[in-house]
Design a protein around this ligand. Sequence first.
Ligand SMILES: CC(C)(COP(=O)(O)OP(=O)(O)OC[C@H]1O[C@@H](n2cnc3c(N)ncnc32)[C@H](O)[C@@H]1OP(=O)(O)O)[C@@H](O)C(=O)NCCC(=O)NCCS
Length: 207
Amino acid sequence: MHIHLRLEEEKDFRTVENLTREAFWNVYKPGCDEHFLLHQMRRSADFIPELDFVAEMNGEVVGNIAYTRARVVGEDGTEKPVICFGPLSVLPAYQHKGIGSRLVEHTCAVARTMGFKAVLIFGNPAYYRRFGFKNAKCFQICTADGKNFDAFMAKELYEGSLQGISGRFLDSGVFKVDQEQCELFDGQFPPKEKLVTDTQLKEEDFQ
Ligand SMILES: CC(C)(COP(=O)(O)OP(=O)(O)OC[C@H]1O[C@@H](n2cnc3c(N)ncnc32)[C@H](O)[C@@H]1OP(=O)(O)O)[C@@H](O)C(=O)NCCC(=O)NCCS
């Protein structure tokens, strides 16, 4: 099984949006927003094209990871740049084959060579701990509204790289999704049924 990673190109955009939709559909809520989020993210000044990788198997694009610039604002108001990934998507039929791991590990290595210090994410700790992500609280970093919870995690891209970086995490404004625009965008894809499932996150996961 050969997994090939390469940068996303414009010709991949719709394929990658569709695979993102397939990966996230009904997983965290009925339907999903992540394909629209990715679509608007690519046009944002915070988007980092050098870290926008796709995974191919047998010439088919089956996975993607996308990063944006974010910052940690200290008590004295100083801002330190960090980065954030998501959506991270692997087509359901290709999950559990190590593709997601390859995308995370490879892009973290590239990000380090680009001079970035740390990655902050909201995700499932059971999955992300293996890559060295820790509760952001370990680095005295909290969310914009002063919270910490298991799903809010940080990874140093080299030892001690988060030293002197603490405060509130402010992600890119691009994560705000207009539901009406998202619905319109979703209409360009094949119809899919929105369902309530037991994998969907509850409010207490983010408190
Ligand atoms: C999360 C996601 C990107 C992971 O991608 P993936 O390619 O399935 O991830 P991996 O294969 O690297 O790891 C998944 C599991 O497969 C196992 N695995 C890794 N390499 C493997 C291999 N070569 N063979 C079999 N299993 C493998 C991992 O140990 C892991 O096991 P787990 O069940 O204990 O977690 C994918 O499931 C997805 O797109 N999910 C929906 C969207 C989503 O939730 N995105 C992340 C938002 S935070």
